[in-house]
Design a protein. Structure first.
Lengths: 376, 651
């Protein structure tokens, strides 16, 4: 077992995270023990351990749940070496089927200790879909005759966790969900048994299952980089999903989904995160308005001819973000909030209203377009 | 205080999630602004930003300054161009008349004016004969309602009144492609855009409810705007609920709300809503499913009626939900029933079959569409596009025997697990398979119906039992049937040969029973078929598997056993021939060959029946290969004798 965070047991509710990142697959081509039978997926991956570690570190260092305090962050990675902040390499447990079974047992036991506990589950690696997302573990394809016995059926895990007492449960799944003909013919096959499924009414107050893509879709990442989905998730948690109520900035589960949905669709190849949200409670509190990327455009596109300024509306005068022109958009990173937009055309070819507008630059609506007119 | 009105111009009745932000205090108020009805609120002096999230469109905002000595009233106007205005009545409306009528129109449209509607399968077959995109609408049992011509864009709508059950928009793209079926419930609008190019794919099909509240709810969810969906929920529940209670609602709108409420932790709200729907729309399949689900969620045994309703809905193929969320719920419900059965030591083959059928729909379903939308070869035969047998365009089964055999092998694979006593049919572009009990009670029958080919006549079809080593081989008759004798309720798979490798240019049965020695060299493996017994064991001191074959029944004639092995999953199987002694064979003579490496799993197959003679083509290659691997003197001698005879023939 490898805990990045392991606080002493407390009476109150706690956040317990199980984070799995599988990039190295022992039995696939290039692994330490490749097999010759058809493994459905073939490639080794480089992004998942980086993505998983980035998420785990965020949970350890940044997450502030309104009810639950820090609890534990259990990490399983393949390859198993993690570079610490001081540059030292550290070995962590490898997410083989056996190790994941043990880790789930530990996680469930911790999560079950308080009805207001928060259970976080994150997986990055190869994935398939046979009607339910399937998460492929490090020793996937170890058996030719039971090809999925080192794969987790996510739906089974989520249903099994119904019996766990944690009232808040969040599942993040960063993997493809390919449906292949070979898989279709394996419908009766068994996946790794993790939890008994007990029927009964739904007791969880907030439940979110957010796969990186819909059934049949792919999830993308650049080599040796945090994946598109996890980066979107981290950006969303850091503020792109934030909203304000009663003077508090917070991220709710539905706001998180909306932000990740928008952020994963900004550049090709486009992926569409899946959704299974049951409730809409606060997952993360922020200290204040988050710094977010703001943008101001002109319609028609005449931004290059314009001088654009922003001034925080109703706030101190010195809150004036400095904008820079990127292509046809004036951009700045500044605290989310309401800004008065000023737009001036020194050469006089265009005119804009004065002020050009008052706009609430609040996530996810961070761009404002000013209608300008050409001077004849 | 100043009365502030927010006015939205969108499709009438559309609810829009709004926020009014006080720029001084940072307070945010949520509101629902309904298109066509001004939203009014009292605001004290200050500056506000009104943000609107219109469903299906980008967010917009406007600032409002309320001066201290302001006017009695202010109005903030928002106007949007609705990209999908709702047609007023339920008909198929071309948005642009085509200059040239399509082949489909020429073939089908006149028919609807003068003749009875085409039966669904005939309509589908006819439509698939066309080049390009075809389009028609069929109801739940497939009756053709209205064929419409292909054009750039079509709107097909169904009136709110009348039959609750779904009709389907069917889009075809010729015989080489699967058709797409999209559920079109009552009071919904389908929009079909054909591809820009003739070979540009199937085009775009969207279905949306005509009810503005349900439409907004689904649009928000499709955009990922869950908070906006949550914001309008109360309004939508009130509006649609009032219409239902006034007898003006429709099940599609009601069920959109129901599935949305199912995602809410307060299950009582969903339960109450479903109760309302059950009273108003007792014949709706989605409502029936939702009501059954809540019966399942109650403690205690599952009511027989609910169980029967769920299984029958799938079996008849006419009780499937129209929403994708419903199809998922149906699968979950069936799986829950299955778990309950297992816990009490029961097994219901009808339930297993129904679960399999729902899974088939789900696998072929478009996950983006809130309504059930799937590819398939027919309304009741969904098929994942990548699973369809690939037929080279222009080729036909009649001219391509090898292709015919490949298609049959694929079709049997797609037929999946068969059960004695339960009929299964799968229809592919070029072949239809039906498994069922023989009418005379003499076992089960597989019927193969294909167009214009006799390539399957005489072909062996092997039935492999799901448990144990039970196996049966039957050959397809001239009528395309094969008979089996599976015990009651037993399950099995059917397989048939695929073409062999060129150097083994003989028709050998396929790897009917792949057997991997995955448990390691310490264990022997024994495979028994009705006529033969195979023993696979590691050879001490040599890194090889030894395979021995023997007859299980007394037989006086000599013959051959065919086995194969391959070195990797992507390599072809190599065939070996093992001689079987006749009456004059030495006592206890059993052929043995050495295969693979004992240190690695062995991927091998056997043909479960002995053959009298080796086919002429490729036999020399097989014999030479077998001779090289023969592990005992008797086997070597028998193979050498055959090779010598071959050489004499050639000489």
């Amino acid at each position: 077992m490898t805990y990045l965070l392991d606080t002493a047991f407390q009476d109150g509710p706690q956040v317990h995270a199980l984070v799995i990142g599988v990039g190295g697959y022992r039995h696939l081509r290039g692994g330490s023990d490749p097999v010759r039978h058809d493994t459905i997926v073939t490639r080794q991956l480089t992004s998942p351990p980086l993505s998983a570690l980035a998420f785990a570190l965020w949970v350890r260092d940044e997450l502030r749940h309104p009810v639950a305090g820090p609890g534990s962050v259990d990490v399983l990675l393949s390859p198993s070496e993690v570079k610490e902040a001081d540059g030292q390499l550290r070995e962590v447990e490898v997410p083989s089927a056996d190790a994941v079974q043990r880790a789930v047992d530990r996680w469930v036991s911790r999560c079950d200790s308080h009805p207001s506990n928060v259970a976080l589950f994150y997986f990055s690696g190869h994935g398939l879909d046979n009607g339910s997302p399937l998460l492929l573990l490090e020793d996937f394809a170890r058996s030719r005759n039971r090809i999925l016995d080192a794969a987790v059926n996510l739906e089974g895990l989520v249903q099994g966790m119904r019996a766990c007492g944690a009232g808040y449960q969040y599942y993040f799944l960063d993997s493809c969900r390919e449906r292949t003909a070979r898989l279709s013919s394996l419908r009766d096959t068994r996946t790794l048994p993790l939890l008994d499924i007990r029927d009964g009414p739904e007791q969880r107050r907030d439940l979110m299952v957010m796969p990186a893509t819909l059934s049949g879709g792919s999830a993308y990442a650049d080599r040796h980089r945090v994946s598109d989905y996890t980066q979107a998730l981290l950006d969303a948690l850091a503020g792109r999903a934030a909203s304000t109520r009663d003077g508090r900035w917070r991220v709710t589960s539905s706001g998180l989904y909306e932000a990740v949905y928008a952020l994963t669709r900004t550049a090709p190849p486009v992926q569409m995160p899946g959704m299974n949200v049951h409730g809409d409670l606060v997952l993360h509190l922020l200290d204040g308005p988050p710094d977010v990327p703001l943008g101001v455009r002109c319609d028609p596109a005449a931004a290059r001819l314009a001088d654009v300024s922003l001034s925080a509306f109703g706030g101190p005068e010195d809150k004036r973000p400095v904008l820079e022109l990127h292509d046809t958009v004036w951009r700045a990173v500044a605290p989310a909030g309401v800004y008065a937009v000023g737009m001036d055309f020194p050469d006089g070819h265009y005119t804009a209203p004065s002020p050009a507008g008052v706009h609430a630059f609040l996530p996810p609506d961070l761009e404002f377009t000013v209608a300008v007119e050409r001077v004849r | 205080m100043t009365l502030t009105r927010v006015v939205v111009a969108l499709s009438p009745g559309t609810p829009v999630a709004a926020e009014i932000l006080d720029t001084d205090s940072g307070d945010v108020r949520s509101a629902v602004v309904v298109s066509g009805r001004p939203f009014e609120t009292e605001l004290p002096a200050g500056t506000y930003v009104v943000r609107l999230a219109p469903p299906g469109l980008e967010r917009v905002s406007a600032s409002v300054v309320v001066p201290p000595e302001g006017p009695a009233a202010l109005t903030v106007d928002f106007a949007f161009d609705d990209p999908h205005p709702t047609p007023g009545s339920g008909h198929a409306l071309p948005t642009d008349r085509p200059v040239n009528p399509s082949p489909l129109k020429r073939l089908l449209l006149p028919g609807t004016r003068r003749k009875a509607a085409l039966p669904p399968n005939e309509a589908l077959r006819t439509a698939r004969e066309l080049q390009g995109t075809g389009l028609f609408v069929c109801d739940a049992d497939g009756t053709l309602l209205r064929p419409v011509e292909v054009t750039d864009e079509y709107v097909v709508s169904r009136p709110a009144a009348g039959e609750d059950r779904s009709a389907y928009i069917c889009v075809t793209q010729g015989r080489d492609h699967l058709a797409r079926f999209v559920s079109l419930p009552a009071n919904c609008v389908g929009r079909i855009r054909s591809p820009a190019q003739p070979e540009g794919g199937e085009g775009d099909v969207t279905v949306r409810p005509a009810d503005p509240d349900a439409r907004a709810l689904l649009d928000y969810r499709a955009q990922g705007r869950l908070s906006a969906a949550a914001a309008v929920t109360d309004h939508v529940v009130r509006s649609i609920g009032a219409r239902i209670e006034a007898g003006q609602g429709d099940p599609a709108a009601g069920c959109a709300v129901a599935y949305h409420l199912m995602d809410h932790p307060e299950r009582d709200r969903a339960r109450q809503w479903v109760r309302l729907l059950a009273d108003a729309f007792p014949t709706s399949d989605d409502v029936s499913l939702l009501a059954s689900w809540f019966l399942l969620e109650m403690d205690g045994p599952v009511p027989r009626e609910a169980r029967e309703r769920l299984i029958t809905a799938v079996e008849a193929g006419q009780g499937l939900p129209v929403y994708l969320a419903g199809l998922r719920l149906l699968r979950t419900a069936l799986e829950r029933l299955g778990r309950s059965d297992r816990a009490s030591g029961q097994w219901d083959p009808r339930l297993t079959s129904a679960t399999h059928t729902v899974n088939t729909y789900l696998l072929a379903a478009d996950p983006v569409n809130p309504f059930v939308s799937y590819t398939g070869t027919g309304l009741r035969t969904p098929l994942v596009a990548e699973d369809a047998p690939t037929i080279v365009s222009g080729a036909s089964l009649a001219t391509d025997d090898e292709g015919s055999v490949r298609v049959l092998a694929k079709a049997l694979d797609l037929l999946g697990t068969v059960t004695a006593g339960i009929q299964r049919t799968i229809t592919l572009p070029l072949v239809t398979l039906t498994w069922g009990d023989r009418p005379d009670g003499g076992g089960q029958m597989l019927s193969v119906a294909g167009r214009g080919t006799r390539a399957w006549v005489g072909l062996g079809v092997v039935l492999v039992g799901a448990e144990g080593w039970r196996m049966e081989v039957a050959r397809l008759s001239d009528a395309g049937t094969a008979t089996f004798s599976l015990p009651s309720s037993a399950t099995a798979k059917l397989v048939t040969p695929e073409p062999a490798e060129p150097d083994d240019a003989v028709v050998v049965p396929p790897p009917v029973l792949l057997h991997a020695a995955a448990s390691g060299p310490e264990q022997d493996h024994r495979v028994v078929t009705p006529q033969l017994e195979f023993l696979l064991e590691p050879v001490r001191g040599a890194d090889r598997w030894r395979l021995t074959a023997r007859r299980r029944v007394h037989e006086s004639a000599a013959g051959w056993v065919l086995v194969g092995q391959r070195s990797a999953a992507d390599r072809p199987y190599k065939t070996f021939a093992l001689p079987l002694g006749g009456e004059d064979a030495e006592l206890g003579a059993e052929p043995t060959v050495l295969l693979g490496k004992a240190s690695a799993p062995l991927d091998w197959y056997m043909v479960p029946e002995p053959v009298d003679e080796l086919p002429p083509a490729g036999r020399k290659a097989i014999l030479l290969r077998s001779l090289a691997r023969a592990a005992d003197a008797w086997t070597r001698k028998a193979i050498q004798k055959m090779l010598t005879a071959l050489t004499a023939e050639e000489g």
